[in-house]
Design a protein around this ligand. Sequence first.
Ligand code: MG
Length: 292
Amino acid sequence: MNRRAFARRLAVSVPALVALASRRTEAQQAGQQPPPPTAPPAGRGQFDGSPVGDPLPGQKWRAHDRSRPQPRKVVPGRPLPTPSASSDAIVLFDGKDLSQWSGGGRGGVTEPKWKVENGYVELVPGGGSLVTKESFGDVQLHIEWMTPTGTDASRVGQFRGNSGVTFMGQYEVQVLSSYDNPTYPDGGAGGIYGLYPPMVNPCLPEGQWNTYDFVFEAPVFEQDKVVKRACITLFFNGLVVHNRAELLGATATLPLAAYKAHAAELPLTLQGHAGPARYRNIWIRRLRGYDA
Ligand code: MG
């Protein structure tokens, strides 16, 4: 799409998206999850999705800035890191069952509704999110994901493969079909949604498994004040795409992400968004520091 057509599309779509975002905020304030978009409404284009947000402190971009450069594509080295769980890891998914997970959605905590088959778990549109039964703070997390092939070609941008790894249910790193599917850069696969794109884009084509290896450092609060921000380090298909990136707060679009004091440990969420998305080989280790 040329620049003028893109500007026209943005002008049309932004007011509707702002309205959508404010509804979402109201729903979140009421403690509810927004209804999952199961199919792209007509007119959802390559760069549609969350509206452009406020200027990001310390950066020259706004949240979801469409003028931000696309992350440079890189072919990852092989083999990809796909280790099985270490002896001190908690196996969250070994390809067989969802015994470590609950379902999360508008109905509150439920039985998980995602589909387990062939050694992976697949997002079920309208089936809510997956939420770990256990809570975590500082962790190392290994997770493998793919966008399956066969997705309707009309689904593009944020509507192609959208899920997410959300630490503490608040801090989302995007899962999206990003091999050949541009979107606003902080919303692509490996992006810290609304804050940073991945430093490079090593996403593989649909039908191939990608790996995420995280170090997540939980925020620390004293009363209502954050005294240590959350930090994310991510190896995406073996490549560093975030190096202790400091988060502004819980993932949000308008207004900007901000911190709200919470418990030292909270469940991990796999986001039930538009999908399709599959996950496998998920394990997590609590980080206890030296001499612990
Ligand atoms: Mg997402």
